[in-house]
Design a protein around this ligand. Sequence first.
Ligand code: 5GP
Ligand code: MG
Ligand code: MG
Length: 185
Amino acid sequence: MEEHIERIIWTEDQILERVSELAFEISTDFKEKTTSLVVIGVATGAFMFLSDLVKKIKLPISVDFVRVESYGFGTESSGKPKISSDVKIDINGKHVILVEDIVDTGNTLFCLISHLESKGVCSVSVCTFLDKPARRKVHFEMVGGGKFYRGFECPDYFVVGYGMDFAELYRNLPYVGVLKPELYN
Ligand code: 5GP
Ligand code: MG
Ligand code: MG
């Protein structure tokens, strides 16, 4: 699999160090909150980040997932995300952190934040592993004073690894990289 990677952008060590910092920030920010925290991963891409992140959060939390379909098999967003699997936990009155692999146009988060808001949450924060602000098309806002956490700002490349796929492959790479150009065709 290594031979498919043109270049590594963040190594496993760099990632785990940054994830620890994020978990520390979250643990500090939510320490005084009286209602419990629900961490909601956006499947499938966020599974690895969520797993590393929650191991380091020093608070009692619940974990759940939502599934959103938007990308299909290409590298361009369809622009109309659909929630194909909803949260199972009752999040009414809860503080929620939505965990994403990467924010690109912002379509997915815009859709998910308003969906969760309609369930009567106390607040919605977002913790995304990567952020590509250069490609943002849709503006989204946190709810109830929630915060926006991000691991790294990502240059405008289509990246894979650490949960992120190309045509459902490469999610299991422990680092983030760019594929050789011939593989994207
Ligand atoms: P958005 O709705 O913000 O345009 O796209 C968000 C979703 O698109 C991400 O959760 C991710 O699944 C996918 N995506 C965006 N950029 C990339 C990328 O560079 N690599 C991969 N593998 N997926 C991406
Ligand atoms: Mg995602
Ligand atoms: Mg994908």
